[in-house]
Design a protein around this ligand. Structure first.
Ligand SMILES: [Zn+2]
Length: 317
């Protein structure tokens, strides 16, 4: 089979490798789509340590083609979103049966279980309640997912901020009650004016930037919740803790490492997707064959007009 190996800075090479053999509790999945994740961008840009190689790819869905001796579900032929931590940019992955979730009848290239799980867990951890005023900062792929899932909780207002006009148009189409172009308007001013001066019940930070993090303190009401969904890497972040402390914010770190929590998020998210409650329609904007995986990562870095999410696809033969 073919698999992409990261061999240097911005250097993917597609290699031949044996199809993985499966353990009794595993299944073999023929990969249909593998999402390119913002959390992988830095590794791609810096490359592995000299002489080493990395196999990335953790947002995988596909079709079960073989099952281990102890596996009762899924069955051969089932369409699944799966949880793997690496080696997803390949034609086949071996996965624990317990880490496979039914993908329903929709397009498999939208059944990206891992980011759906993260977003579902973020919305659950933040505890959006009926009638809440919710702010989502960042209308990229994760922001869009958080917005859609938060909407299922029945907020009064869903205010979405970004600096990109195309992202804001998409957020409006996805049901934002108000979009804010932060290059033209002050988000805290808009939120205050829409909440009687108090601020939102919950702000989701979905950009991974210091700027957005800072703004959260000015969009959230006293005793409200700030949920950090963005992937914060690189330089240390600073927050005005005296003020945040005084405001009695609840801080939710929406980055999940506990396996049971990740599995629950996947189960919930894939149930919503397979049941047609969560739509991913329009969120996969760029598709690349494995041979063009470097272009897929370049596209994620450049974020051209209309960019939401890039995936590597393996068309059925
Ligand atoms: Zn990811």
């Amino acid at each position: 089979m073919r698999i992409a190996a990261l061999r240097g800075p911005e250097t993917w090479e597609v290699e031949e490798a044996p199809v993985p053999s499966i353990e009794p509790d595993e299944v073999l999945v023929r990969v249909v789509v593998s999402g390119v994740c913002a959390s992988e961008l830095e590794q791609w840009q810096t490359g592995p340590p000299a002489g080493e190689v990395r196999y990335l790819g953790h947002e995988v869905s596909g079709v079960v083609v073989e099952i281990g001796a102890e596996v009762t579900a899924p069955a051969v032929g089932d369409r699944v979103g799966v949880w793997v931590t690496e080696r997803g940019f390949a034609e086949y992955v071996a996965v624990r049966a317990a880490y496979c979730f039914p993908a329903g009848d929709g397009p498999l290239d939208e059944a990206l279980a891992e980011p759906i799980a993260c977003s579902a867990n973020a919305v659950e951890a933040a505890g959006v309640r009926l009638g809440d005023d919710v702010v989502v900062i960042g209308a990229g792929f994760m922001g869009n997912l958080v917005q859609r899932l938060a909407a299922l909780r029945g907020p009064r207002q869903l205010i979405v901020a970004d600096a990109r006009a195309d992202a804001l148009r998409r957020a409006a189409r996805l049901g934002a009650t108000r979009t804010v172009d932060v290059t033209k308007e002050s988000l805290p001013d808009v939120v205050r004016s829409l909440t009687g001066g108090t601020g939102a019940d919950i702000t989701f930070e979905c950009t991974g930037t210091q700027r957005a993090l800072t703004v959260c303190g000015d969009t959230t009401r006293m005793s409200g919740t700030i949920a950090i969904v963005g992937f914060h890497q690189g330089a240390d972040r600073t927050i005005p803790l005296a003020y945040w402390n005084w405001m009695a914010f609840t801080l939710v770190n929406a980055h999940f490492r506990d396996l049971a929590v990740i599995m629950r998020g996947m189960s919930v998210g894939m149930r919503l997707l397979a049941g047609g409650v969560l739509s991913m329609d329009g969120l996969i904007s760029h598709r690349f064959p494995l041979e063009e995986i470097n272009a897929a990562f370049t596209t994620l870095r450049e974020k051209p007009e209309g960019f939401v999410k890039a995936v590597v696809t393996f068309p059925e033969a």
